[in-house]
Design a protein. Sequence first.
Length: 319
Amino acid sequence: MTANTPRSVLVAGSANLDFVVRAAHAPAPGETVLGRELATYPGGKGANQALACARAGGAPTRMLLALGEDAHAEPIERSLREGGVRLHLRRVRERATGSAFVCVADDGENAIVVAPGANAALRGDDLPALDGVAWLLLQLESPLDAVAAWAQRARAAGVAVALNAAPAQALPAALLEQIDLLIVNEGELAALTGLADLDAALAAVRAPRVVVTLGARGCLARADGARLRQHGFAVAAVDTTAAGDTFCGVLVAALAQGHGFETALRRACAASALACTRPGAQTSIPSHAEVEALLHTAADPDFAGGTSVPTPSGQIPAI
Ligand code: ADP
């Protein structure tokens, strides 16, 4: 990598205000659950990933997003700007800022409904100039035709494309063909491939690199024919909201800065484990220094205890 090699990340995607209620358990269909106090946090997969890329990953980061002209937009803008993300902001007069209604159960799991609002107004030709951009990071909370157009334009400009295929939906072959790195959780991988068996599903996806996140167990990846495993970092999880987003942002930040794939996976697992130890979406994303500290601790063979003991020394055996 030379001094002129592009190192920045462009995230194009969603930004929401999350309305979060903690409850003993998430409601089943038809059930009403009495929760506890309401809290609001800036969220949305795109914005969470952009903030993770900048704050936890330490990469120069820009984001294309759309917000309404309402009071819900302000905390989202402030969170991103304070996190060091440069914004390409489309203001949408006729739609509300995107909102998400989140129930966080006492075991740390969550259930979410999103009202996309202004996010649905993004178009293929909204993508800004790609000068200095090494990676484009996309999700599926934006209109699918816009996502496909962004991927195509980035590929044509020599920019690598990462897609977090969440929320799960069928992907047109024309989009999959533009993807260098696909990131999914277990449910999304099963939905994408129609295969319940993890190994078979991982082998079936046609992208050159695929990562499947496995919650507390870390992640499994396939890169150019090799299979890699990164164990999770043991933490006391209180809220797993944005764990996957933190993983995606930090993984792509590390790749944009020239780290190898195995190192990038390890950094992503460390950062996303830390994100599980705090409530909220963007509020839970750790700093670069906190990620470094956990990675350093994990590499220290003399480390003897505490609540953040990494499992088993963070190595990635090929499997
Ligand atoms: P998603 O949030 O998209 O469903 P996962 O649940 O697989 O994705 O979590 C993403 C990543 O966050 C995992 O690969 C792991 O590194 C980390 N993670 C999630 N839950 C935990 C946990 N309980 N303890 C430690 N790390 C976790």
